[in-house]
Design a protein around this ligand. Structure first.
Ligand code: 5GP
Length: 195
């Protein structure tokens, strides 16, 4: 007999510096594998191009802190001065249904998840060159100010260094199709974890 508990989904963490193209890669993975993409909560301001409940659930700081106290998050972290967190319940429900679950989160959050769920697959997206990050941030139309972009570029270096140490797979996002194919192959178990 198959109960919900017998079904076991697959938890996949995708991280990478700002401007590397995480959201594009993640939405392609969702289409290709019919995966469940977790919608994070955040206290950062909503950009004009973003939809509440789709890109993020935008919360006030008070609401976010209340949800921390209620233990509503699988993980949360302060990133660039704002809170970001993964709501626990939808992730657990999707895993219990046997689905592939994608978390698009930063390195701090990824390490918290890995502690709780050592079977999670950790994938880090790298830019082909670092100057591309600045260019992609300039053209993505989020309306970020120069200070925020500078902060994000500075953080990119330390995130990449930490990722080499902790992540199972590093994938270069130069050609989008190739990067998507590589991530799909990793999730499907066709690419082994490097030693
Ligand atoms: P952005 O403001 O560019 O959308 O996201 C900033 C950073 O926060 C990115 O590295 C993104 O992956 C990360 N992030 C988004 N959602 C979450 C989350 O739920 N938890 C954590 N720890 N990081 C997140």
């Amino acid at each position: 007999m198959t109960s919900n508990q017998d079904k076991k989904g697959k938890l996949v963490i995708i991280s990478g510096p700002s401007g590397v193209g995480k959201s594009t890669v993640c939405s392609r993975i969702v289409e290709t594998l019919d995966a469940f993409l977790s919608v994070s909560a955040t206290t950062r301001p909503q950009a004009a191009s973003e939809v509440d409940g789709v890109n993020y659930c935008f919360l006030t700081r008070d609401d976010f802190e209340k949800r921390i106290r209620q233990d509503d998050f699988l993980e949360y972290a302060k990133v660039f001065g704002n809170y970001y967190g993964t709501p626990r319940q939808p992730v657990e429900a999707a895993l219990n249904e046997g689905r592939i679950v994608i978390l698009e989160i930063d390195v701090q959050g990824a390490l918290q998840v890995k502690k709780q769920r050592p079977d999670a697959t950790m994938i880090f997206l790298l830019p082909p060159r670092t100057d591309i990050l600045q260019k992609r941030m300039d053209t993505r139309g989020r309306g970020e100010d120069q200070e925020s972009k500078k902060d994000r570029l500075q953080t990119a270096g330390s995130e990449i260094a930490a990722a080499w140490q902790h992540y199972d797979h590093m994938v270069v996002n130069d050609d989008l199709e190739q990067a998507v194919q590589e991530v799909v192959a990793i999730i499907e178990g066709k690419i082994e974890e490097p030693l």
